[in-house]
Design a protein around this ligand. Sequence first.
Ligand code: UDX
Length: 421
Amino acid sequence: MKISIIGTGYVGTVTGTCLAELGHQIVFVVRDTKKRDLIPSGKSLIYEPGLDQLLEKNLARISTTMDLPDAIRKTELTFVCVGTPSNDDGSINLDQIRDVSHTIGKSLASDDEYHTIIVKSTVLPGTSETLVIPILEKESGKNAFVDFGFSSNPEFLKKGTAIEDFFHTDRIVIGVNDPKTKEVLEKLYQPLNAPIFATTIRTSEMIKYTSNSFLATKISFANEIGNLCKKMGIDSYEVFKGVGLDARINPHFFRSGIGFGGSCFPKDLKALIAHARTLGIEPQILTAVIGTNEDQPAKMIDLLKRHLDIAGKTIGVLGLAFKPDSDDIQESRAVPIIQALLKERAKIIAFDPVATENFRYLFPDVSYAKTAREVLDADAVLIVTEWKEFEDLDYRNKLVIDGRRIGKAHKEAVTYEGVCW
Ligand code: UDX
């Protein structure tokens, strides 16, 4: 199939590249000349393991353009993958969705072929039906589900494992309203051999928010139990191993520690909370999930203070990315931790294998080490991200406060405190 991808951030680039690997012809619609010129040379400008290699492998089937109407005319299917960031009050910002809907709608007006629009961007339930489709219909003068196809198809890709997640997904969720679009999507995803859950458009949008809310809730729950375990001298990792054996519960996303960050969980939860309030519902559990998550990084500082008077000491920070195998520092737990250390007048030496430059932009005055080894010379070491290479360091004679459970540090450090164990 000929497919255009609007939005070449993380979701759009991964989705387009993986669809090219499945044999489809992909047109990335970009907004800047840098991406337009770099993508055809196999550089995505996105840090995701394996992505550039896959892009390079499939270049014969990939092109870029800045001309959205032309991309619509030359393709049969369009994925909308633009960002839906937070407003200052946590509510969702739909500016990009609104803008591209107008442009797509206008382009559909002069497109003689049948075209299918698929929204992959995370949008609150009802957004497709009350915002996107009305704009598309008004601008094109055509009727959705009759003159053009429409679907919502949320993404569940995790940074660091997105390519694996695409090809080996647990399920594909499609929100559809007409048999033709359903058939198009089933055909598109058939090679993945994954269960396809077809439902209404607004239900599919809600599935995305519910999945992320549930996973974030599981993590904050693990952290609350973990905090209790810490007080009682119990290892929460052992507890969750035992609990996770119950098939009703399962062992995944039970890693206690300093909480969740990234571009999805915090943003999506806050958007759902803000939306619930507009509907007159106070979402008590979701609010508590955010509250627990925000309190968790401070536990590291409290533990450190038990062993050291922080002022004037050099504190090493291992890991700045919100999770390993990513250079993303959005809502990274490293941010409140570094802020707290600076407030306590600590000298900081920090290291991350790939996120340092992004972090330096936020904290230009912190010292950044070139290797993880250098960080170990500090008076104390805080482990903030569980990069695999941190398992190879020599922690003997070190004071380590571990927010992510690095086994070797746990075994070796002369003084070791885990946040929840
Ligand atoms: C998440 C969802 O998992 C994915 O399905 C969705 O499409 C996008 O948002 P992502 O944010 O990339 O993916 O990474 P994820 O692996 O979910 O981790 C999110 C955060 O939770 C990280 O900060 C991670 O360290 C933390 N986490 C995860 C825990 O603290 N404990 C866990 O057990 C799992």
